[in-house]
Design a protein around this ligand. Structure first.
Ligand SMILES: Cc1cc2nc3c(=O)[nH]c(=O)nc-3n(C[C@H](O)[C@H](O)[C@H](O)COP(=O)(O)OP(=O)(O)OC[C@H]3O[C@@H](n4cnc5c(N)ncnc54)[C@H](O)[C@@H]3O)c2cc1C
Length: 378
């Protein structure tokens, strides 16, 4: 019997496992994740400002493993040997016939140990629990977000709403190294977001960097010092450490370059944030929609490889993207249409509820949204 090993139980990994089991009831599937549960990342920032409880973002991978009859190993992959076809975990070594790398991405501190020590990150449901605990504790004079990309903006607006509901004062500040927030996004969107940040009293420093964090003192370039401040770091991501040691083509974030069949070599595929796919002279951004389709297609191509059939080419369809902002003045581009205000906010939550892994989590998100609306009106 052929053994397929999947590294990562996020969107790509779980959709791949599902496709593999549907396509072949006898194949041996082993999925490895360093966490016991799979976290629904797009709703992480909403836990801060909307009252959604982090417990409703996590889905126990063991449940799916039992339902789809695959082996789940809760361990961390530390190395892959393509030549021996082996995956090294912290506690054992596994061999594979086919491998899918679907290990996603994680916060990149760019080697800055000082920031890593003091700043909070937002990689999973546990991180959001930690941030909620910190926010509910003593009040700070400044809440500083490192990075003005999608996540930084989303976090800033949610923080402002959290502070409003908790009747806490304090500056909310975004510090962005580039000359503008939201890097390559269209100008109309940057303007809309900047205006909304002003409405929410979020200060933005561009061409600036967090230089040092000394306990509760935060030093920002331009000789700005914030006392009694807390930092949430959302300034970029990188792939898992074991990928950094693989001698394959990668982009600067460490995403693995894959071919049109999502392959690195004959027996190894990559999907989701871990993969770097070039299409129409552009590279696909990290997003849930691509991770799901890529996981599914990589699994189909693993089955095709096993059965000696022709592999299927990846033809991505980009449905668009949304920058959800917690005061419901979101914006985005959906199927080529520019959207602003409540509609993209509604689309964001429809997508979150629809894509959540089980009914408990779907209802939990809806319950949190209703609770947040009621609390917001108090
Ligand atoms: C705060 C935030 C907000 C976001 N908002 C949106 C949004 O609104 N819309 C959208 O489309 N996308 C959004 N994204 C991006 C989206 O969540 C990702 O693109 C998607 O989760 C990637 O799926 P994946 O399966 O590739 O990886 P992931 O979902 O990250 O799953 C990877 C899994 O691999 C496991 N893993 C990692 N390394 C190892 C290892 N060495 N050994 C074992 N297991 C390992 C991890 O524990 C994890 O469970 C957001 C991301 C974040 C962080």
């Amino acid at each position: 019997m052929r053994r397929v090993v999947i590294i990562g139980g996020g969107f790509s990994g779980l959709f791949a496992a599902r496709r593999l089991r549907k396509s072949d009831p006898n194949i041996e599937i082993t999925l490895i994740d360093k966490k016991q549960g799979s976290d629904f990342l797009p709703t992480l920032p909403d836990c801060l400002g909307r009252g959604i409880e982090p417990q409703y973002l996590t889905y126990d991978i063991t449940d799916m493993a039992q339902r789809l009859r695959f082996q789940f190993i809760n361990d961390e992959v530390t190395a892959v040997d393509f030549y021996k076809k082996e995956v090294t975990l912290k506690n054992r070594v596994l061999s594979y016939d086919f491998l899918l790398i679907a290990s996603g991405s994680e916060t990149n501190f760019y080697g800055n140990e000082n920031i890593q020590k003091y700043a909070y990150k937002l990689d999973d449901a546990n991180d959001v629990r930690t941030i909620c605990r910190v926010l509910k504790g003593d009040a700070y004079s400044a809440y500083i977000i490192g990075g003005g990309g999608y996540t930084g903006v989303e976090v800033a607006t949610n923080l402002r709403c959290f502070l409003g509901k908790d009747k806490k004062a304090g500056k909310v500040v975004i510090v962005e190294r580039a000359p503008s927030i939201l890097g390559p996004l269209p100008e109309w969107m940057k303007k809309y977001v900047s205006d909304n940040l002003k409405v929410l009293d979020v200060e933005v420093f561009v061409d600036s960097a967090i230089e040092k964090i000394d306990g509760e003192k935060v030093y920002v370039s331009g000789a700005r010092v914030f006392d009694n401040a807390v930092v949430i770091w959302a300034a970029g991501v990188k792939t898992a450490a074991f990928i950094q040691n693989l001698t394959v083509d990668k982009n600067p974030q460490g995403r693995i370059k894959v071919d049109e069949f999502l392959r690195l070599n004959e027996n190894c595929f990559a999907a989701g944030d871990a993969a770097f796919f070039s299409y129409n002279n552009a590279y696909l951004r990290m997003a849930m929609q691509f991770s799901i389709v890529e996981g599914d297609l990589a699994a189909k191509n693993i089955i095709n490889s096993i059965k000696g059939r022709k592999l299927k080419k990846y033809r991505p369809i980009d449905m668009g993207y949304i920058i959800p902002m917690a005061n419901n003045r979101s914006c985005g581009v959906i199927m080529g249409f520019n959207l602003k205000g409540l509609l993209p906010t509604i689309f964001h939550f429809i997508m979150c509820v629809y894509r959540s892994f089980n009914w408990r989590n779907k209802f939990g998100i809806i319950k949190g949204l209703i609770k947040g609306l009621i609390k917001g009106d108090e």
